[in-house]
Design a protein around this ligand. Structure first.
Ligand SMILES: *Cc1c(COP(=O)(O)O)cnc(C)c1O
Length: 398
């Protein structure tokens, strides 16, 4: 008899986006004349940079010629992309070796797959609120999960607590959904905690390119000692518009060594290489050439323009909310604004209010964890026109 993984029974049904879609459909049916502005979805809207398209077209042509055709590639990625990423890291002062960089189809996959190389006996520490993938991928393994609270008192940036013993710690900075970002001093405390407890930090840097203050680390490896205790997950999804194209990368340092339960020392870099070469087929050559172009001088210039566009949206949103006296977080080093629902409203209550009254859609904070109740996420990924119109509606009507 084949038994299924019982841990799946412990997954909470994710009603968030289906519930939002349902409510929006209902509203549209009742008010077909109203123009709804969607500021809830965490997906980019600008097209890929011209440098990326050009590189992919060139790669497509190569695949059609016998001399330049490529078959199976290295599962961990081509070296031309490793080198481009290493150079990118060097541009903000972080040194990583080519063979510490693993190319993948995105940060979500790596985040979930990373559970493979750790024992299920580990205690997992997860921020609340946060990107829901950290929780669900560990529930699927049946692991013990503990939470650390993000709240106004800590600016939604939980800090280590020595009385809490965790083995694997998820950190996301700049944070989805709160837009909060850790300073170097704060990351130093996390690294110190991880080193002291022989823990491993899984650092999600999917939004690193939104950081505009050079004193704020774009990588946890900007912190001394982090290579002995951290893995960094990164993605081109939000930073270069690759949500549909699919490419990300994960950095597993050679210095990261931990023991099996019976005391054998293992290199996590070697384990991850073994895992990927066994279970993953690698990212298509054409996509990797497109990703390489993101890190070229021209590609960086074009991607920075895209980011500047989203950040200008965020600035417009922040300005409108400030005028209204609505308290919010993020929006500076992040495409997300995390606002406190006015008049003590609950997340869903405010969602309904905003939809019914102003035909603006956002994401209820409660969908990112219990600490998100009473908060609401707006994204800066919309068009300029819609962003301005939504903020005008809020300024006039809220
Ligand atoms: C969007 C997002 C990701 C997923 O990135 P992909 O590369 O598209 O899988 C990872 N982490 C966070 C926090 C995100 O918001």
């Amino acid at each position: 008899m084949a038994f299924v993984n019982q841990n799946y029974c412990n997954l909470k049904e994710s009603y968030l986006f289906s519930q939002i879609a349902h409510k929006v459909a209902e509203f549209t049916a009742a008010h077909p004349e109203k123009k709804i502005i969607k500021m809830g979805i965490g997906d980019v809207t600008l097209p890929l940079a011209p440098a990326v398209i050009e590189a992919m077209q060139k790669a497509v042509a190569e695949m059609g010629v016998k001399e330049t055709f490529r078959g199976y590639g290295p599962e961990q990625g081509y070296d031309f992309l490793h080198q481009a990423i290493a150079k990118y890291y060097a541009s903000f002062g972080v040194e990583v070796a080519s063979d510490e960089i693993f190319i993948s189809d995105g940060a979500k996959s790596d985040c979930g797959n990373m559970t493979d190389i750790f024992s299920n006996d580990n205690v997992i520490l997860i921020p609340d609120p946060v990107y829901p993938v950290y929780l669900d991928t560990n529930v699927m393994c049946g692991r013990k999960i503990i939470y650390m609270q993000g709240k106004p008192e800590n600016d939604f940036l939980p800090m280590p607590d020595d009385s809490v013993k965790a083995d694997i710690i998820y950190l996301c900075s700049p944070n989805n959904p709160t837009g909060a970002v850790y300073t170097k001093e704060q990351l130093e405390k996390w690294v110190a905690y991880a080193l002291k407890n022989d823990a491993v930090i899984l650092y999600d840097a999917a939004y690193e390119a939104f950081v505009s203050d050079p004193s704020i680390p774009r990588s946890i490896f900007a912190v001394e000692g982090a290579k002995k205790c951290a893995i960094e997950l990164c993605s081109l999804s939000k930073t270069a518009g690759f949500t549909g194209t699919r490419c990300g990368y994960t950095i597993v340092p050679h210095d990261l060594v931990r023991k099996t339960k019976d005391g054998q020392e293992m290199s996590l870099n070697k384990m991850w290489l073994r895992r990927q070469t066994t279970k993953f087929n690698g990212v298509p050559y054409i996509i990797q050439r497109g990703a390489e172009a993101v890190f070229s001088e021209e590609g960086q210039k074009q991607c920075r323009e895209m980011l500047a566009f989203y950040k200008e949206n965020a600035r417009i949103m922040a300005e409108a909310l400030t005028k209204k006296g609505i308290k919010f977080y993020g929006g500076t080093h992040s495409p997300y604004i995390w606002l406190e629902c006015p008049n003590g409203m609950g997340s869903w209550e405010f969602f309904d209010y905003l939809l019914e009254k102003l035909a603006v859609v956002g994401t209820p904070g409660a969908g990112f964890g219990s600490m998100g109740e009473g908060y609401f996420r707006l994204t800066a990924f919309g068009s300029r026109e819609n962003t301005i119109e939504a903020m005008e509606r809020i300024e006039k009507g809220l």
